[in-house]
Write a protein that binds this ligand. Structure first.
Ligand SMILES: Nc1ncnc2c1ncn2[C@@H]1O[C@H](COP(=O)(O)OP(=O)(O)OP(=O)(O)O)[C@@H](O)[C@H]1O
Ligand SMILES: O=C(O)C1=C[C@@H](O)[C@@H](O)[C@H](O)C1
Ligand SMILES: [Mg+2]
Length: 171
């Protein structure tokens, strides 16, 4: 079984992905971690030293490598993964269980204010500007995220509750 989780930065892809993979007893892959291990640099370091375009190129390559090499996994993507190149088509072609973890701007802002530092796209945005930035960015990205098979509403839910909702939708 292949399960892919999509969503904005801070929507809980990594957190829910781990719980879900343990629960259904399949491998967990976090695309950001996979890129970091393969490149020997953190995502923040890749953005700083090689730039975002290099990161997006590698992100697409590693995504396709995972999709063509493996069959049983929960894959937590990066926040931008489905929004670049032909990544979303590649995800949908090979995966029956694609979920968008949908979180409100308010809750995303609360979560991301606490951990801006290792997220290069928001680390230089003033705290007061963050809700506006997230709102606009999410608006641009929603078109991609909502191509998932299911939208899962995540506000005020624990990762266990979200995991249980996803499990009921698996095919
Ligand atoms: N269901 C939840 N309720 C409350 N907080 C949560 C929930 N899921 C995750 N969080 C918290 O939100 C923050 C972001 O979670 P996480 O790193 O899993 O998001 P992500 O979608 O993987 O982000 P990124 O795209 O940047 O990798 C973490 O501090 C995490 O503990
Ligand atoms: O939303 C994004 O574009 C990103 C999200 C993170 O998961 C990382 O992939 C990186 O910080 C970019
Ligand atoms: Mg993550």
């Amino acid at each position: 079984m292949r399960i892919v989780l999509l969503g904005y930065m801070g929507s809980g892809k990594t957190t829910v992905g781990k719980t879900l993979a343990t629960d259904v007893d399949i491998d967990f892959i976090d695309l950001d971690d996979y890129i970091e291990n393969s490149e020997g640099l953190s995502v923040a370091e890749i953005f700083a030293s090689k730039g975002e375009i290099y990161f997006r190129k590698k992100e697409g390559e590693y995504l396709k490598m995972i999709l063509s090499d493996k069959d049983n996994f929960v894959l937590s993507t990066g926040g931008g993964t489905p929004c670049y190149g032909d990544n979303m088509n590649a995800i949908l072609e090979g995966t029956a269980n694609v979920f968008y973890l949908k979180v409100s701007i308010k809750e995303l802002t609360e979560r991301l204010l606490k951990e801006k530092e290792h997220r290069p796209l928001i680390k230089n945005i003033a705290d007061t500007d963050l809700p506006d930035f997230i709102g606009k960015h999410l608006f641009e990205r929603t078109l991609f995220y909502e191509r998932a098979h299911h939208n899962v509403y995540c506000d005020n839910k624990t990762s266990e509750k979200i995991t249980n909702e996803i499990k009921k939708l698996l095919v």
